[in-house]
Design a protein around this ligand. Structure first.
Ligand SMILES: CCCCCCCCC/C=C/C(=O)SCCNC(=O)CCNC(=O)[C@H](O)C(C)(C)COP(=O)(O)OP(=O)(O)OC[C@H]1O[C@@H](n2cnc3c(N)ncnc32)[C@H](O)[C@@H]1OP(=O)(O)O
Ligand SMILES: Cc1cc2nc3c(=O)[nH]c(=O)nc-3n(C[C@H](O)[C@H](O)[C@H](O)COP(=O)(O)OP(=O)(O)OC[C@H]3O[C@@H](n4cnc5c(N)ncnc54)[C@H](O)[C@@H]3O)c2cc1C
Length: 676
C-alpha cells in the first residue's frame, strides 16, 4: 500500500528512517520536479519513461558492470543501446532531446556507449554546418542509424589550440577532391568517443589547404570503415586508445589518414565553401566552425547539475539511514544527516545542483536563439555566448567535481566502494573539466571578453557594454545584506567588477613596462581566471534568483528560497576575502553571512531528502536496483542498504569460489615453505 502525503512517494516497507524524512517535507516532490525539469509535462514524461523502462527486462543491466572486463563492458553497453533503440519509438518522442537524454542516462548510466556521441556530437555539427543537400545525403541515414558517427577534432599533439591541428585537407583542383593526410604521429586524431571500434563515419576537423594557403580548421564528413565488412577503408588507420578513468563502455579512438581522398562535397558547407576552381567562400563569422562547441558547452550546466544531483541523492538518502554516534539522546544513535558538518558538506551542493540546472535552462535557450539567428545569417550573438558558456562550463564542471567528491566522503567507507556508484559518476563528470575545452583555457577565453569590456568602461563607453557585463560600469554603493538577495547580487557585482578591473590594470601595467602582449597576458593569467570565475558565479546566482522569483506555488517558493539563501551565503562567504580586502564588506557583515548560512542548514534539514527525491531518479538510474542486477545499492529509494550491500559483496566473482588460484599458486606454497 502506498501512503499519499505531500511527498507522494511514501511506500510501505521502506526503511522507516527514510519514511520519517519524507513525512517532514513541506512541499510536493512532483511539483518540485516540474520546476526542476521546466514543466509538468516534462516531469511527468520522465516518470512515465522510467516506469516503462522498468518493465522491459532487456533494458536492465545483465551483469554488475564493475565486475566486467573492458570488452565485456563495451559489449554490454552496445547490447543495451541497440535494445533501447528498438524500443525507443514507443517510449519517447523521437524529436525531443530531453526525453532522449533522460532515457539514455536511465538505461546506459555513466559507462558511455558507442552511440552517445553519434547523437550529441556527430548529428549536431552535421545539422549546424551541413547544407540542405548534405542533410539530404547524410542526415536521414544518420538519424535512422544506418551509419554511426563521431566527432574527430582533437589530436595526439593538440586539443586546446585548434588552429594548430596538423591533419590537413588539401584541395586537389585536378580531381576536385580533398586529400586528408596525417603528416606526423602527433597529428593522429586522439580521444574522439566511439571512434575506435564502433563508428563507420566521422565529422573530421582538418586544416583546409587550397593552393598552399592554410584556411584553418574546417569540418569534413568522412567515411572511415566499409559499411558491409566494417573494416577500415584503405588509407585509414583507426583503433581504441585504451582504458580511461571512466567511460569504459565506450571506445574513444585514434585515427590517421594516408592521403585519403574524399569528394569536394564532403566539406560541410552551409556557411563556407570551396568552389570547383578552388575559390574559398568565407563564413559570416571567423569562428563559425566552432559553433558546435558552443552548443555542447551550453548544455553542460544542466547536464553537470544532474550528475551532481545523482551523487547527492545517493549521499543524502544514505545519510538518513546511516546512524552513528550520539547527540543529546544517548539511547539512540543519530542519523549522520543530523550533524552540522554533514549538512554543510551536502546541502550547499544540493543548492548548486538546482542552480546549475536553472542556469542550464537559460543557456540552452540562449543557444537556441543563437542557432536561429545564425540560420538567418546573424552571428552577432556568438561572441557573447562563447564567453558566457566558456565560463559556465568551467565553473560548473569544477564545482560539480567538488560536490560529487564531498558526496562520496559523506558516505564514509561505503562511499569508497563501487557499490555507492559515486566513483563512476565522478569519473564521468570530472571529464567535463577537460572535454569541450580545458577549463583554464576556457576561463581565459571569457577573460578576453571581460578585459575588453573593462576597457570599454574605462574609455567612458559604458553604453556599449552588453547586459551581461553592464555592472562593470556601476558605481560602488555599499549595501546592507539584511535587505535580501538584491544586496547579495550587488556585493557580488562589486567583487567581480573589482577583480576584472584589477586584472585588466595589471595586464596594462605589464604591457606599459615593455612586456609583450602575450607574455603580459600569461603573467596575469591567474588573476584573469579569478575574474572569470567570479563573473560566472555572479551569473549563476542571478539565474537562481530569477528562477525563484518566477515561481508561483508558495510551498515550492518557500523551500527554494531557503535553498537560494543558502547558495547566496555559501557563495559569498567563499569569496568574502575579495570584499574584505577593500573594506566593501565589514567583519560584522561577514558574521551575518555565516549565521545566515548555519540557519539555512537548519531550515533545509527537514526537506533534505525530499529535495533530492524531487530529481526523481529511478533506482535503475542510480544503479541501486538489486532486483534487476546485483549492482550498486547505496542510493536505493527504499533505504534498505545493509542487506543489499551484503548481497552485492556475495555477488563478487571472487566469492564464487572458496579457494582462489592466488592462494593455491602462491600463498599456500609460501606458508608451506615457511613451515619447513
Ligand atoms: C552520460 C555522460 C555523457 C557525457 C558525454 C561526454 C562526451 C564528451 C565529448 C567531448 C567532446 C570534445 O571534447 S570535442 C573537442 C572539444 N575541443 C575544444 O573544446 C577545444 C577548445 N579550444 C577552442 O575552442 C579554441 O581553440 C580556443 C581556445 C577558443 C582558441 O581558438 P583560436 O586560437 O582560434 O582563437 P583565439 O585566437 O584564442 O581567439 C580569437 C577570437 O575568437 C573568439 N572565439 C573563439 N572561439 C569562439 C567561438 N566558439 N565562438 C565565437 N568566438 C570565438 C575569441 O573570443 C577571440 O575573440 P577576440 O577576443 O574578440 O579576438
Ligand atoms: C572523456 C573525454 C572525451 C573526449 N571526447 C572527444 C571527442 O569526442 N572528440 C574530440 O575531438 N575530442 C575529445 N576529447 C578531447 C578533449 O576535447 C581535449 O582533451 C580537450 O579539449 C583538452 O585539450 P588537450 O588534451 O590538448 O589539453 P592541453 O591543452 O594539452 O592541456 C594541458 C594543460 O595545458 C594547459 N593549457 C593549454 N593551453 C593553454 C593556454 N593557452 N593557456 C593556459 N593553459 C593552457 C591546460 O590548462 C592544461 O592544464 C575528449 C576528452 C576526454 C577526456
Amino acid at each position: 500500500m502506498t501512503m499519499v502525503f505531500l511527498n507522494k512517494e511514501i511506500r510501505d516497507g521502506d526503511n522507516p528512517d527514510l519514511t520519517e524524512e519524507r513525512k517532514t517535507a513541506t512541499f510536493d516532490t512532483n511539483k518540485m520536479a516540474e520546476v526542476i525539469y521546466g514543466s509538468e509535462k516534462l516531469a511527468r514524461r520522465r516518470r512515465e519513461i522510467s516506469q516503462a523502462v522498468s518493465l522491459i527486462p532487456e533494458l536492465a543491466d545483465s551483469k554488475p558492470l564493475p565486475f566486467l572486463s573492458r570488452n565485456e563492458k563495451i559489449l554490454e553497453s552496445t547490447r543495451k543501446v541497440t535494445a533501447l533503440n528498438e524500443h525507443l519509438p514507443r517510449l519517447i518522442n523521437m524529436n525531443d532531446e530531453d526525453e532522449a537524454w533522460h532515457i539514455h542516462s536511465e538505461v546506459i548510466g555513466f559507462e558511455g556507449n558507442p552511440l552517445a556521441l553519434h547523437h550529441s556530437l556527430f548529428i549536431p555539427p552535421l545539422v549546424i554546418q551541413g547544407s540542405d543537400e548534405q542533410h539530404e545525403k547524410w542526415l536521414g541515414r544518420a538519424k535512422r542509424r544506418e551509419i554511426i558517427g563521431c566527432y574527430a577534432q582533437t589530436e595526439l599533439g593538440h586539443g586546446s589550440n585548434i588552429r594548430k591541428l596538423e591533419t590537413t585537407a588539401t584541395y586537389s583542383l585536378s580531381t576536385q577532391e580533398f586529400i586528408l593526410h596525417t603528416p606526423t604521429i602527433n597529428a593522429l586524431k586522439w580521444w574522439p568517443g566511439a571512434l575506435g571500434k564502433s563508428s563507420n563515419h566521422a565529422v573530421v576537423v582538418a586544416s583546409l589547404i587550397i593552393k598552399e594557403q592554410n584556411y584553418g580548421p574546417h569540418l569534413f564528413m568522412v567515411q572511415i570503415r566499409d559499411e558491409q565488412s566494417h573494416e577500415p577503408l584503405p588509407g585509414i588507420a583507426v583503433g581504441d586508445i585504451g582504458p580511461k578513468m571512466a567511460f569504459n563502455g565506450a571506445d574513444n579512438g585514434f585515427l590517421g589518414f594516408n592521403n585519403f581522398r574524399i569528394p569536394r562535397g564532403n566539406l560541410l558547407n552551409r556557411h563556407c565553401n570551396v568552389e570547383v576552381d578552388g575559390t574559398y567562400v568565407r563564413p559570416p563569422h571567423d569562428k563559425m566552425n566552432y559553433a558546435g562547441m558552443i552548443r555542447v558547452r551550453s548544455r553542460m550546466a544542466a547536464e553537470q547539475g544532474t550528475f551532481m544531483a545523482q551523487a547527492l541523492t545517493i549521499a543524502v538518502r544514505y545519510s538518513a539511514v546511516r546512524r552513528q554516534g550520539f547527540l543529546e539522546n544517548k539511547s539512540q544513535e543519530v542519523k549522520v544527516l543530523d550533524y552540522q558538518t554533514q549538512q554543510h558538506r551536502l546541502f550547499p551542493a544540493i543548492a548548486r545542483s538546482y542552480a546549475f540546472i536553472f542556469c542550464g535552462f537559460e543557456t540552452i535557450q540562449k543557444y537556441e536563439t543563437l542557432q536561429n539567428e545564425m540560420n538567418s545569417g546573424n552571428v552577432s550573438l556568438m561572441a557573447d555566448l562563447h564567453a558566457l558558456t566558456s565560463g559556465i562550463k568551467s565553473v560548473v564542471t569544477y564545482q560539480t567535481g567538488e560536490g560529487i567528491e564531498q558526496a562520496r566522503m559523506a558516505c564514509g567507507g561505503h562511499g569508497y566502494s563501487m557499490a555507492s556508484y559515486i566513483s563512476e559518476i565522478y569519473g564521468c563528470a570530472i571529464g567535463g573539466c577537460t572535454y569541450e575545452g580545458e577549463n583554464m583555457v576556457m576561463l581565459l577565453q571569457l577573460a578576453r571578453y571581460l578585459v575588453k569590456s573593462v576597457e570599454l568602461a574605462m574609455r567612458g563607453k559604458p553604453g556599449d557594454l552588453g547586459p551581461m557585463v553592464a555592472y562593470l560600469a556601476y558605481p560602488d554603493i555599499k549595501v546592507d545584506l539584511v535587505t535580501g538577495p538584491e544586496a547579495y547580487v550587488k556585493m557580488f557585482q562589486h567583487i567581480s567588477k573589482r577583480q576584472s578591473i584589477k586584472a585588466t590594470e595589471k595586464f596594462h601595467r605589464k604591457m606599459e613596462s615593455g612586456v609583450s602582449r602575450d607574455e603580459a597576458w600569461n603573467q596575469c593569467a591567474v588573476e584573469l581566471t579569478r575574474a572569470s570565475r567570479l563573473h560566472t558565479r555572479l551569473y549563476i546566482i542571478e539565474t537562481f534568483i530569477r528562477r525563484v522569483d518566477s515561481i508561483e506555488d508558495l510551498s515550492i517558493k518557500m523551500v527554494l528560497t531557503d535553498l537560494m539563501n543558502l547558495h547566496l551565503n555559501y557563495e559569498l562567504l567563499d569569496v568574502a576575502s575579495y570584499a574584505l580586502e577593500d573594506g566593501f564588506m565589514s567583519s560584522t557583515q561577514m558574521g551575518f553571512i555565516k549565521n545566515q548560512l548555519y540557519s539555512s542548514l537548519e531550515k533545509i534539514r527537514p526537506n533534505a531528502v525530499s529535495l533530492v527525491d524531487s530529481f526523481q531518479f529511478s533506482d535503475l538510474q542510480l544503479r541501486s536496483n538489486l532486483l534487476n542486477f546485483l549492482f550498486q545499492v547505496l542510493g536505493r529509494r527504499d533505504g534498505h542498504v545493509y542487506q543489499n550491500l551484503f548481497e552485492w559483496a556475495k555477488s563478487s566473482p571472487l566469492n564464487q569460489t572458496e579457494v582462489l588460484p592466488s592462494v593455491t599458486q602462491y600463498l599456500k606454497p609460501m606458508m608451506e615453505k615457511a613451515k619447513l
